[in-house]
Design a protein around this ligand. Structure first.
Ligand code: 48F
Length: 260
């Protein structure tokens, strides 16, 4: 079979263009493809909801790949095993309620399950702002990560979303942007981000699931962003809370849609 170089390019451009147009307007936008954002996207996509994930880096998976200190094994506790089983990931029972997973299998399977279920991950896309009309967040302002890294003077594009999820991890970038642009109006006691506390694994894991939810009208937080926003402790290399937080935020959005 003859391989025509220009056909390869045409197929890439056509396919990417089609995805761009399809997801330009999505029901849920998730910023950050770490464990919490991908888990949320998986459960939303599984419900047939149009969900788009923006990831600044080349690969989806966020902090999963490196495990703890580049030892690429992931530890989860009993409660999170329902997510692991929904995803069909292999695990090792370590006893006393601890389980371990291969970090590459977790990152790869989570990413694949989002896409297989109809979600879209745009990697190499950085969210640099939100669209806010009369105090309501209506979408995100996106540029190529390469433009961001090079500091080029290039205007961004806009994606429309009905619900937005801050899954940006420790930096809680969407919450930070909202405070910067709209003032201290987050659903925290001060309206501001409270900042992440020092490491306390057990409390950090509970806190993250308890506080996962809406942080501004139509905007939700999941994963480490939750602890940065509400002042919870960090938990180090245990990932159950991330998976459960992602599942919870998806369930909250699914419920919210039903109320409409
Ligand atoms: O940091 P990350 O893995 O967040 P998470 O889902 O999980 C945290 C754990 O990995 C770990 C931990 C648990 O023990 O503490 O740190 O809360 O993934 C966040 C992703 O968001 C991307 C970033 O590149 C990363 O992959 N990201 C952050 N800001 C933006 C962004 C942005 N403005 N636009 C696009 N992507």
């Amino acid at each position: 079979m003859r391989v025509r170089e220009k056909e390869i390019t045409r197929i890439i451009v056509d396919g990417f263009w089609k995805d761009l147009k399809e997801f330009m307007s999505s029901e849920v936008g998730i910023v950050g493809a770490g464990p919490s954002g991908l888990t949320a996207a998986f459960y939303l996509a599984r419900e047939g909801i149009r969900v788009v994930v923006f990831e600044r880096k080349l690969s989806a998976g966020g902090g999963i790949w490196g495990g703890g200190m580049m030892f690429n094994r992931v530890v989860v506790q009993e409660d999170a095993m329902r997510v692991v089983k929904d995803l069909g990931i292999n695990f090792k029972n370590e006893g006393e309620g601890y389980y371990s997973l291969d970090a590459v299998e977790l990152a790869g399977t989570l990413s694949a399950q989002v896409v297989k279920n109809g979600g879209k991950v745009f990697n190499l896309f950085s969210v640099e702002d939100v669209v806010m009309v009369e105090g309501k967040v209506r979408g995100v302002v996106v540029n190529w990560s390469a433009v961001e890294i090079a500091g080029l003077h290039v205007d961004p594009l806009i994606f429309e979303t009905e619900y937005l999820v801050d899954a940006t991890g420790h930096s809680a970038e969407i919450a930070t942007l909202i405070v910067k642009k709209a003032g201290k109006k987050l659903f925290t006691s001060t309206g501001d981000l409270k900042g992440e506390g020092s490491l306390w694994a057990e409390r950090g894991e509970e806190f993250i699931v308890e506080h996962t939810g809406e942080i501004y009208p139509g905007v939700y937080a999941t994963g480490m962003a939750v602890n940065a926003i509400f002042g919870g402790p960090r938990m180090g290399p245990i990932f159950g809370g991330m998976l459960l937080s992602g599942k919870k935020v998806a369930e909250l959005i699914i419920e919210r849609r039903k109320e409409k």
